[in-house]
Design a protein. Structure first.
Length: 87
């Protein structure tokens, strides 16, 4: 599976910048779907999901899938890689 990576930056309520990647199957990289996945992730973190738009989330690149990431995408439809200020 080829993975599409969307680089995502969101301001947290405390003003810090939250940085994470949203990973999806390259065949399902519609931005509206990707944003829905990102909003689901933000809501699970207790953050306002409506703060995520295409301005904060952009396609970065594709890469070969790692088996663990592929399994998560097949199960959930997406995977998240937390980079900065995600906890």
């Amino acid at each position: 599976m080829k993975i599409a990576v969307f680089d995502t930056h969101v301001r947290r309520p405390d003003g810090s910048r939250m940085h994470f990647d949203i990973l999806v199957d390259d065949q399902h990289k519609d931005i509206d779907t990707v944003l829905a996945h990102g909003r689901r992730y933000l809501a699970a973190k207790g953050l306002a999901p409506e703060t995520l738009s295409a301005r904060e989330c952009s396609f970065c690149h594709t890469e070969p899938g790692h088996p663990n990431i592929e399994a998560e995408i097949l199960k959930e439809g997406f995977a998240i890689i937390e980079m900065e200020n995600c906890h």
